[in-house]
Design a protein around this ligand. Sequence first.
Ligand code: CTP
Ligand code: MG
Length: 190
Amino acid sequence: MTAWDIALTVLIGIWVFVPALLPNPAAVLFGGGRPIDSGRTWNGKRILGDGKTWRGFFGGGFAGVAIGLIQIGIAYLIGSSDLWGFGPFWSNVGILFTLSFGAVLGDMGGSLIKRRMGKERGAEVPILDQYDFLIGAFLLTALFYPNWIYSTYIGGWSILALVVLLLVTYILHRVVNIIGYKAGVKNEPW
Ligand code: CTP
Ligand code: MG
């Protein structure tokens, strides 16, 4: 492994994670309407809250799949055999779905935990707010494509891709939410 190979491994680890990074900001844009929990409560507190809607779930999920298809298209045009890290042809679209819907499911899991903690919709819970979707994307993808997760983020130097991804995700999450807040599309800057 040359330094260039390692840098490429890190770059690919971030590139292939874009379908999991897009769903949250897309959910802010598409969200609204009927909440997923339909207003239901559990021990006197909302199950998920009004911040988790069906439109946000599917709008966010399919936005992630759509950007991934564009990324795979770009890799095809350039003639990459492994589609720039998205795996062999028959699994790559599946990987898009597990990354993207894993992200929206993880975000829902985060809200479930926040409501159980007694935090209202929009309350800030550091770390959970920034990483719930990432954990969801990793878990769902690891369930269906464990070898892909291993070779992209765990085995050998690729662990460095995971470390950089955790850093990039944190910074991106903060920056994008502050922009969304200033632009008036998001209620809180976190
Ligand atoms: N959103 C949505 N449906 C989703 C996820 C997000 O409609 N499945 C929209 C909601 O308008 C939400 C906004 O995106 O308010 C920001 O998402 P997030 O920060 O995850 O929700 P919060 O409102 O902060 O609620 P929570 O405390 O549950 O995280
Ligand atoms: Mg929030």
